[in-house]
Design a protein around this ligand. Structure first.
Ligand code: SF4
Length: 427
C-alpha cells in the first residue's frame, strides 16, 4: 500500500506517524494533506530510511542536494563525501545525478550510505547506456528507458524525476517563443534531441501509465520534471514553460488517480517580481501538489555566487508556498561542484528555506532564532557557535579574532551596544 493509499483509507502508516512527530503536526493533518496530494513522503517501500521526511503544505521547507559523477569527474569517493557533507549540513534528501562511469554501481553505493531519501533522473542512465552500447544516446529506446526505471525502483530509489511534460507540442512553443537559452534542462535536451531525431513523441509521456505502475509497486514519488524551465531570467514564465506546467498538472492528476505520490519541479531563472506568480500558478494548475523549485536564480550574472542568487529566489519562493528547494552551488554553470561547493550550496539553501518557514509561520520555525538571539544577548560565544548554521566556520571566526575584552567581539569592542545597554540597565 502506498503512503497515498494509506492516507486515503485514513490509516496511519509507520512513516506517517514518524513524519507527524518530526513536524509537530497531527496525524490527521498529515493524512488529510497526503490524501489530497498536498504532501508526499518519498520512500521506496524496499528501503529503510533513518531520516525520513515529508514534503509539502504546512511542513518545514525541505532541501535537496544534487550529487553524482559527470563524464569528466567520476570519483565515487568524492560523491560519497558530498553525500556525507550534504546531510551533515542539513540536506533533507539527495539526488544522484550521475552520468559518468558505472551509474548503477554509484547509485547502489549512494543508496547504501544515505540516511535520507534518494532521488534519481533515470533518463541519464538510459542515455549513457545507449551511448556505451550503441555509440549514441539517440539509440535509446522506450523499452530501455522503462528497464532503467524498473532497475532503479528495484534498487530502492525513493523519488525519480520524470520529464514527461517535454512533448512535441510544448517543445514547439520553445522554438516559437525565441528564447535566448532554448532548453537548459539536461533531461529536457536529451528528450528533445531524441524526439527530433526519431520524429516521435516523448517515450516518458507515451509510457506514463507504465511508469505509474512501477511507481505504484514501489511507492516511488514521481518528481515531474520541468524540462523546459527557463535558463535566463529573460525567458521566464513564457508560453513553453506554462504549457509544460499545465501538462504536468494533468499528469499529476493521473498519478493521483493511480495512488502515486507526485511533486512538481519548477524554475529555474526567474526575476524576483515573477516568483510569486510562478508559485501561485503551480499550486492552481497542479492541484496544490508540492512545488520543488530549482533555485530560482533571480539574476543570470552571479557566476561563482549562484548559491546566493538561488537563496534569494528560494527564500521568496518558499515564503509564497514553495515546499522544496534544490541546492545550487557556487560552481553552477562553471564546473562539476567540489565538496566545499556542495557545502556552501546546502547552507545557502537552508538559510533560504528557513527564512521562508519563518514567513510561512511554520510550527516552531522561530524557535532557533529565539535561542540565537538570547545567546547573543548573553554574549555566549559557545552557544552562538553551536546554534550557527555553520558551527565549524563560526568557531574558526571567533578563534581567529583576538578581542582585548573577552565578553565582546572585535567588531565594536568597548562600544559593544549589547554590553552598553546591559550595563545601562543596571544603573
Ligand atoms: S561587539 Fe558589536 S558585533 Fe560584537 S557582540 Fe557586541 S554589539 Fe555585537
Amino acid at each position: 500500500m502506498t503512503q497515498l493509499e494509506s492516507a486515503l483509507k485514513n490509516k496511519t502508516s509507520r512513516e506517517i506517524a514518524a513524519v507527524a512527530e518530526i513536524e509537530r503536526v497531527s496525524r490527521n493533518f498529515l493524512k488529510k494533506n497526503i490524501a489530497s496530494g498536498r504532501i508526499v513522503i518519498p520512500k521506496n517501500n524496499k528501503r529503510t530510511i533513518k531520516k525520513i521526511c515529508g514534503i509539502g503544505y504546512g511542513l518545514r521547507t525541505k532541501i535537496n542536494a544534487n550529487i553524482g559523477t559527470s563524464s569528466d569527474e567520476a570519483d565515487i569517493s568524492d560523491e560519497l563525501e558530498k553525500l556525507r557533507v550534504s546531510v551533515e549540513y542539513g540536506a533533507d534528501t539527495v539526488m544522484d545525478l550521475s552520468i559518468g562511469q558505472d551509474i548503477s554501481g554509484i547509485r547502489r553505493a549512494v543508496l547504501k550510505e544515505s540516511r535520507v531519501p534518494v532521488g534519481t533522473v533515470p533518463i541519464y542512465q538510459a542515455a549513457q547506456e545507449a551511448t556505451r552500447r550503441k555509440g549514441n544516446f539517440l539509440k535509446m529506446t522506450a523499452d530501455c528507458l522503462l528497464g532503467v526505471i524498473q532497475e532503479q525502483a528495484e534498487d530502492g530509489v525513493d523519488f525519480m524525476t520524470i520529464h514527461a511534460g517535454v512533448t512535441r507540442k510544448t517543445v514547439s512553443l520553445v522554438k516559437k517563443g525565441k528564447r535566448i537559452l532554448d532548453i537548459v534542462s539536461r533531461g529536457g535536451a536529451i528528450l528533445t534531441s531524441w524526439m527530433a531525431h526519431h520524429k516521435k513523441e516523448n517515450p516518458l509521456y507515451e509510457c506514463f501509465d507504465k511508469i505509474l505502475e512501477i511507481a505504484y509497486n514501489y511507492d516511488i514519488t514521481l518528481s515531474l520534471g520541468d524540462g523546459l524551465r527557463p535558463g535566463s531570467i529573460l525567458d521566464a514564465t513564457d508560453a513553453a514553460q506554462l504549457s509544460e506546467l499545465r501538462l504536468l498538472g494533468k499528469l499529476a492528476r493521473r498519478a493521483h488517480e493511480k495512488k502515486v505520490q507526485v511533486i512538481i519541479e519548477g524554475p529555474g531563472h526567474v526575476p524576483l517580481e515573477q516568483i510569486r506568480k510562478n508559485v501561485e500558478l503551480e499550486k492552481r494548475l497542479c492541484n496544490d501538489a508540492p512545488f520543488y523549485v530549482l533555485g530560482p536564480l533571480v539574476t543570470d550574472v552571479a557566476s561563482t555566487r549562484d548559491h546566493i542568487s538561488a537563496a534569494i529566489g528560494g527564500a521568496l519562493a518558499a515564503s509564497y508556498g514553495a515546499d522544496y528547494l534544490c541546492v545550487v552551488s557556487p560552481a553552477e554553470h562553471l564546473r562539476h561542484p567540489s565538496v566545499e561547493d556542495i557545502k556552501e550550496g546546502v547552507i545557502a539553501a537552508r538559510i533560504a528555506g528557513h527564512s521562508g518557514d519563518i514567513a510561512k509561520r511554520i510550527n516552531g520555525a522561530t524557535d532557533w532564532d529565539k535561542q540565537m538571539s538570547i545567546a547573543r544577548k548573553k554574549r555566549d560565544w559557545n552557544e552562538q557557535i553551536s546554534l550557527s548554521i555553520d558551527p565549524q566556520k563560526a568557531k574558526e571566526y571567533r578563534a581567529a579574532s583576538k578581542p582585548h575584552l573577552l565578553d565582546v567581539c572585535t567588531m565594536c569592542s568597548e562600544y559593544c551596544s549589547i554590553k552598553l545597554i546591559e550595563e545601562c540597565a543596571k544603573v
